[in-house]
Design a protein around this ligand. Structure first.
Ligand SMILES: C[S@@+](CC[C@H](N)C(=O)[O-])C[C@H]1O[C@@H](n2cnc3c(N)ncnc32)[C@H](O)[C@@H]1O
Length: 178
């Protein structure tokens, strides 16, 4: 199972679903208009391995998905919430990352892209706080061309500086405190 969190209109996940016809692909998007649009577009493209859940990803990850169920997780350009008083709204925080790691299979990768340097630093710090996640060696990163259209095609106005973080759930279970 491949999941994308914050899938918006679903363009990226539709490409993944096309390239991985045997994988179950799930987009989680809490804005109903976008989730509905994404579902319609998947239906028109005949992608029956692609589903969308319209809900808060924090609830879905915590209550709907099973432990060690997910093979790959994508979080592309999560909302940065720049204002100081809005920082608690940021999705990628240690508690959520811990919940996320539980639904990932051992060794499963978590791909995160952001063009906001400050958020990238916070995400990196928070990822390193989760004992069950570790950075994926760069030599094991997939070629981004495998993800479908290039980032520039998908986001023509994106600045050059995009930070990519790839972590994975540790392949081997760590004893508590280790
Ligand atoms: C900045 S957009 C990025 C969209 C898409 N990933 C992209 O790269 O174009 C962030 C998306 O995450 C969704 N989102 C934010 N918080 C969410 C949450 N807690 N649960 C589900 N979706 C969420 C927003 O509605 C929005 O579609």
């Amino acid at each position: 199972m491949l999941i994308e969190i914050g899938s918006r209109r679903g363009g990226f996940l539709a490409h993944l679903a096309e390239r991985n016809p045997d994988a179950e692909c799930i987009g989680i998007e809490y804005r109903a208009t976008w989730a509905r649009e994404a579902r319609e577009s998947a239906r028109r493209r005949g992608l029956d391995n692609l589903r969308y859940i319209c809900a808060d990803a924090r609830e879905v990850v915590r209550h709907l998905l099973m432990p060690e169920e997910v093979d790959e997780v994508y979080v592309l350009f999560p909302d940065p919430w720049h204002k100081k008083r809005h920082l608690p709204r940021r999705l990628l925080q240690p508690g959520f990352l811990r919940d996320l790691s539980r639904i990932m299979k051992r060794g499963a990768p978590l791909y995160i892209l952001t063009d906001i340097a400050d958020y990238a630093r916070c995400i990196e710090r928070d990822l390193l706080e989760v004992a069950d996640l570790e950075p994926l060696p760069e030599s094991l990163w997939p070629d981004e061309s495998d993800w479908g259209p290039s980032r520039k095609d998908r986001y023509p106005r994106l600045p050059e500086e995009v930070v990519i973080r790839v972590f994975r759930r540790r392949p081997v279970h760590l004893a508590a405190g280790s």
